[in-house]
Design a protein around this ligand. Structure first.
Ligand SMILES: C[S@@+](CC[C@H](N)C(=O)[O-])C[C@H]1O[C@@H](n2cnc3c(N)ncnc32)[C@H](O)[C@@H]1O
Length: 272
């Protein structure tokens, strides 16, 4: 049977969730009740060689949503759902303020755009939509994000804030930025799925992992609305240093930890 055979091949290659993965690969290669065995075998061979499951499927589950992820693009991580949930919550709070019914949300370093998608979906059908922008320096990420965030969302390509429309200056209510934050020396000990199949640019945060956050902290105030928020993910060791970066830039900053997601984020607010 296709399932048993596929599970055995994946298990032998060390896939921890071999059964779940086998079911998904079979689903991806099925039409009606028939499985395209050649395509299934090709996908299993690529999975066995280490290609991330999400790149083979073309999607990743994030916050209960199937987000499209092209090959080479950073696969959104479960822990980042914590960052996305905070962004959604702050967008919701902002929308209660007069004049901010359509909160301006920017997903910087957006990758596939998973965080912006989660914020968009969290608004629900009856709430006024958020005005959503996303940006990334990697054209492959931008292509994925554009598929996940069609019009009226705006997805642009370039270095950090450079490609954003200048009309957003001092207007951003929620700036969410999952920067690359792995210290360069630690890249070598990452699992091969990340190291070999995701862009170095998506992972490498420089000597202490905070190079991109340093730039975001220095530049974000020009873009934030009075009372606007900026939030980043960081390791628990990095978080206090990240707080310092944003406080030095004149923001009020705090760390939020999640045991469930085993992660920490730094949330900073522009004074009114
Ligand atoms: C850790 S990934 C996060 C992707 C996505 N936000 C997520 O959580 O799934 C970091 C992303 O930052 C992008 N990036 C790195 N340096 C950048 C820069 N200077 N300007 C814009 N994007 C950058 C990478 O291309 C990558 O997509």
């Amino acid at each position: 049977m296709d399932l048993d055979r596929t599970v055995r091949a994946l298990r032998a290659a060390g896939c921890v969730f071999a059964e779940d993965e086998a079911r998904l690969l079979i689903e991806a290669t099925s039409t009606g009740s028939s499985v395209d065995l050649d395509t299934l075998d090709a996908l299993v061979a690529r999975r066995v060689s280490g290609v991330p499951l999400e790149h083979l499927l073309g999607w990743a589950e994030f916050a209960g949503i199937r987000v499209l992820v092209d090959e080479g693009v950073f696969v959104p991580r479960r822990r980042t759902e914590f960052l996305a949930a905070h962004a959604a919550e702050l967008a919701r709070e902002t929308a209660l303020m007069p004049g901010h019914e359509h909160p301006v949300v920017v997903d910087l370093c957006c990758g596939s755009g998973a965080i912006a998608v989660a914020v968009r979906e969290s608004r629900g059908p009856s709430a006024p939509a958020a005005e959503i922008y996303a940006a990334d320096i990697d054209p492959r990420a931008v292509a994925s994000a554009r598929r996940n965030l069609p019009h009226p969302a705006i997805v642009v390509c370039g270095d950090l804030f450079d490609p954003l429309p200048r009309t957003l200056l001092e207007r951003v209510d929620v700036l969410v930025c999952n920067t690359p934050y792995v210290p360069t020396d630690a890249i070598g000990s990452m699992p091969p799925e990340a190291r070999l199949f995701e862009a170095a640019l998506a992972l490498d945060g420089g000597d202490d992992g905070l190079d991109v956050q340093r730039r975001v902290a220095a530049e974000c105030r020009a873009w934030l609305a009075p009372g606007g928020h900026v939030m980043v993910e960081a390791s628990s060791e990095q978080a206090p240093r990240s707080v310092e970066l944003f406080e030095r830039a004149g923001l009020r900053s705090r760390v939020e930890y999640s045991d469930d997601y085993d992660t920490s984020i730094v949330v900073s607010t522009n004074p009114r």
